[in-house]
Design a binder for this molecule. Structure first.
Ligand SMILES: C[S@@+](CC[C@H](N)C(=O)[O-])C[C@H]1O[C@@H](n2cnc3c(N)ncnc32)[C@H](O)[C@@H]1O
Length: 216
């Protein structure tokens, strides 16, 4: 499913991407404010699909001390990330990997995997389960996976049935599968996670969203 979405991110320009974040109320990085207590002591953190760098920026603003490894497969976005997060400038190590994270081995076991702003939804149900299992295998003993997705889809999204979402914009269409809470719990159990904590919140534009902390 998600390979069809590559074009959406290839064609979105940076201004549109940032405008999209503003519409969602995520430009303020409010999601990272909620997540930060759970991730701040990580020695190594992976972000899946870094986009224009919103999350890396938030981590740096918060003074995150761990190593950051960020995957992004769209070269236009990766070039932007490279220009923004030059290691010399920050005097610390940020590893940017231009690759499809589905096929790229993690460099080592990691303490935190962040999969924010609905990225998880861009996969079919089967792929979602496979991804959760693969992430579990790549986490350290006390590792956490953080998934952030909407509770209800109001903006730009249209429910084709209850769970298949299509977002149509002038630069492309994105398809997504919205798992129910029980399905997420089932994915976690299948992978071997000990539990899932759910934090409901509202973005700065008042969209209702949820953060799921999967604990090993
Ligand atoms: C909705 S954006 C989220 C960006 C960022 N995580 C944030 O919260 O601001 C999803 C990003 O993930 C990237 N992406 C999606 N699937 C990917 C994959 N399999 N490998 C690498 N990057 C991927 C997309 O190109 C896009 O930039």
């Amino acid at each position: 499913m998600n390979d069809k979405n590559i074009d959406f991110y290839k064609k979105i320009n940076l201004d549109k991407f940032k405008e999209f974040a503003r519409l969602m109320g995520l430009d303020t990085k409010i999601d990272i404010d909620f997540i930060y207590p759970y991730i701040q002591s990580a020695k190594i953190l992976v972000e899946l699909g870094a986009g224009y760098g919103r999350v890396i920026e938030a981590l740096l603003e918060k003074g995150f001390q761990g190593q950051i490894v960020a995957f992004e497969r769209v070269s236009e976005l990766m070039n932007h990330l490279r220009s923004q997060f030059d290691n010399e400038k920050f005097n610390r190590k940020i590893t940017l990997i231009e690759a499809d994270f589905k096929y790229y081995p993690f460099p080592e076991k990691v303490d935190v995997v962040l999969w924010l702003w609905s990225g998880f939804l861009e996969y079919s149900k089967i792929e979602q389960i496979q991804n959760v299992k693969r992430i579990y295998a790549n986490l350290t003993d006390k590792g956490v996976l953080v998934i952030e997705i909407p509770i209800e889809v109001k903006h730009l999204g249209k429910h084709e049935d209850h769970q298949i979402i299509k977002v149509e914009t002038e630069w492309g269409t994105i398809e997504a599968y919205m798992p129910r809470y029980e399905e997420l719990l089932d994915y976690a159990a299948q992978a071997g996670f000990a539990g899932v904590e759910r934090l409901d919140y509202a973005t700065t534009t008042n969209l209702k969203r949820a953060i799921y902390i999967f604990r090993k």
